[in-house]
Design a binder for this molecule. Structure first.
Ligand code: IMP
Length: 213
């Protein structure tokens, strides 16, 4: 793969979904499926080095991941850095959402910690928002494109539903009474933070794809 050249296979530009989070891969694949792209993901590159999320912001971490994986694979790379901001917890867990109950904890353990921390604040203020920042990096091109989306809602009193991933069973988006764990994937695709960020990234890709082809 030469620097500055976007990989093309049989007319389609290849786009790497640069995450090992299976829930994110599932949602991003579905949100991108109608674009003329050959979608790939990191499960095809088990050996490449994990890009450390060393930044203090979603933007910085998304850019680090997109840049790191574009450079390692030679592909146009799309990275997602996302998390949950809970008002009563000073916007924690935020960028640390994936590691909130320790590096080896499960989604269930992270949810338990969240509910315990909220309980300790008196359980009055339950406002929360999901944040997603999508970064697109092209091999050999320094500039990284950044697109952000949010989804406002609140934290339910206990986990409900088995859909989605991560904190979905305790997040109720505004306008609904069910959690993302209970709502259908179609609804989440319409209202989520990821959907909003990706709608902007799709606009950029649609404009740029003809020039890349
Ligand atoms: P990171 O972007 O790899 O730092 O991880 C983001 C973490 O935020 C995930 O591991 C989840 O715990 C949480 N998260 C991000 N997006 C969602 C979502 O759509 N639903 C539920 N949890 C999410």
């Amino acid at each position: 793969m030469r620097d500055g050249v976007i990989n093309k296979v049989a007319e389609f530009i290849e786009l790497l979904i640069a995450t090992r989070n299976a829930g994110k891969v599932r949602e991003l694949r579905k949100l991108l499926e109608d674009l003329p792209l050959r979608l790939r993901d990191l499960s095809e590159w088990p050996e490449i080095a994990e890009v450390e999320e060393a930044g203090a912001t979603f933007e910085k971490n998304a850019a680090l991941k997109a840049r790191g994986y574009a450079d390692q694979t030679g592909l146009l790379a799309l990275a997602d850095d996302s998390g949950l901001e809970v008002a009563a917890l000073g916007n924690a867990p935020g960028v640390l959402s994936a590691r909130y109950a320790g590096p080896l904890a499960s989604d269930a353990e992270r949810i338990t910690r969240l509910l315990v921390e909220l309980e300790a604040t008196g359980n009055v203020e339950r406002r929360a928002r999901f944040v997603c920042v999508i970064a697109l990096a092209r091999p050999g091109i320094e500039q990284v494109e950044i697109f952000a989306g949010t989804c406002e809602g609140h934290i339910s009193s206990e986990p409900r539903g088995y859909g989605g991933f991560g904190y979905d069973p305790v997040f109720v988006p505004d306008g609904y009474t069910q959690t993302f764990g209970e709502l259908s994937p179609e609804i989440k695709r319409q209202v989520s933070h990821r959907a909003h960020a990706l709608a902007k990234a799709r606009g950029f890709l649609s404009e740029q794809l003809p020039d890349m082809a």
